[in-house]
Design a protein around this ligand. Structure first.
Ligand SMILES: Nc1ncnc2c1ncn2[C@@H]1O[C@H](COP(=O)(O)OP(=O)(O)OP(=O)(O)O)[C@@H](O)[C@H]1O
Ligand SMILES: [Mg+2]
Length: 260
C-alpha cells in the first residue's frame, strides 16, 4: 500500500472522562496524509480533550488512537514506550499551543528555539543549524536580526510565528494546533492564517486544528468535525458542512456567525 492509500491516524471510539465529568465520548475518524481536519465547537465541547488524546498527551479512558509510523506500520499510541512517544513528538509531530509561551522556551534565543528541534533529530553542525534557523525565521516573517533575542521581547503574533517555525523545522508529518490564532488581534490573525495555510500546503503535512472560529476552519481545513457536549454532532467536507449544515446545532452555529 502506498503512503497516500493508508490513513496516517485512526481514532476509534475515543472517550475521555475527568473522573465523572465527560471530556469527549466515542469519537472515530481517519486522517489521511496531507489532510487538514478542523475540530470546531463552543467552549467546553471537548475539543482540547480530544486533541490531547489524539496527540498522546492524555490517555483515552476508552477507545484507541493508531498512528502509522514512517516504516508504514500502524501502532496503537497506548502501546508505545515513553521513549517512542517522545521520539514521535520530536520528529514526526508538531504541537502548536494557543499560548506561545507553552510551546516555546522563553529564556533562550529565537534561533535556539528553532535550532534545538534540529539538534533533537541529530543535526550537529552549528553553522548549518543556525542557517536553517535563520531561514525559518524569515519564512515566518520574524526579522533575521532577531535571531539572538529571546521571545520574551516579541509581540504575541511574532511569538506565535516563532512557535510555528520551531514546530515545522523538522518537517513533521502531522501537526496538532489548538486555537493557533486564539489570543491575537484580528489583523494579525489573518496574516498568520495565510502563513499557516501556505506552509501546510507547501510541506504537504497533515494537520488537526482546533478552533471555535468557523472562518478559521473554512480557510484552513479540508474536512471538519463539529463537537457539542463532548460528542461529534456532524462531520464532513468543510465546504459542505458550512454551506449545507445538516445537524441542528451546526445550523445554529453557522447562522449565528452569519449574523455577526
Ligand atoms: N483538567 C480537567 N479536569 C476536569 N474537567 C476538565 C478538565 N479539562 C477539561 N475539563 C472538562 O471537560 C469538558 C471539555 O473541555 P475541553 O477543555 O476539552 O473543551 P474545549 O472545547 O477545548 O473548550 P475551550 O474552547 O474553552 O478551550 C468541559 O466540561 C471541561 O470543563
Ligand atoms: Mg480548548
Amino acid at each position: 500500500m502506498t503512503d497516500r492509500e493508508a490513513p496516517l491516524l485512526e481514532a476509534r471510539g475515543v472517550s475521555h472522562y475527568y473522573g465523572a465529568r465527560l471530556g469527549c465520548r466515542d469519537v472515530s475518524f481517519s486522517l489521511w496524509p496531507g489532510e487538514v481536519l478542523a475540530i470546531v465547537g463552543e467552549s467546553g465541547s471537548g475539543k482540547t480533550t480530544l486533541l490531547n488524546c489524539l496527540a498522546a498527551s492524555l490517555p483515552p479512558t476508552a477507545g484507541t488512537v493508531a498512528y502509522r509510523m514512517r516504516d508504514g506500520v500502524s501502532r496503537d499510541l497506548a502501546s508505545l514506550s515513553k521513549a517512542e512517544r517522545r521520539f514521535l513528538m520530536r520528529t514526526d509531530w508538531g504541537f502548536v499551543h494557543q499560548n506561545p509561551a507553552d510551546g516555546l522556551r522563553m529564556t533562550v534565543s529565537a534561533g535556539a528555539n528553532v535550532g534545538e528541534r534540529l539538534m533533537a533529530i541529530g543535526e550537529r553542525h552549528y553553522g548549518d543549524i543556525r542557517q536553517s534557523a535563520i531561514g525559518w525565521l524569515e519564512r515566518v516573517e520574524v526579522p533575521a536580526d532577531r535571531v539572538d533575542d529571546d521571545p520574551r521581547g516579541f509581540s504575541g503574533g511574532m511569538r506565535q510565528r516563532l512557535q510555528i517555525a520551531r514546530n515545522l523545522v523538522t518537517a513533521p508529518r502531522l501537526v496538532f494546533m489548538d486555537e493557533p490564532t486564539g489570543g491575537l488581534d484580528v489583523s494579525v490573525q489573518a496574516r498568520l492564517l495565510d502563513l499557516i495555510r501556505a506552509l501546510v500546503a507547501d510541506l504537504g503535512m497533515a494537520a488537526i486544528v482546533v478552533t471555535h472560529d468557523l472562518a478559521v476552519a473554512r480557510l484552513l481545513s479540508h474536512r471538519m468535525m463539529v463537537m457539542k457536549g463532548g460528542v461529534v454532532v456532524e462531520e464532513g467536507l468543510t465546504d459542505r458542512v458550512l454551506d449545507d449544515p445538516q445537524a441542528p446545532y451546526t445550523q445554529l452555529l453557522v447562522s449565528s456567525i452569519l449574523q455577526v
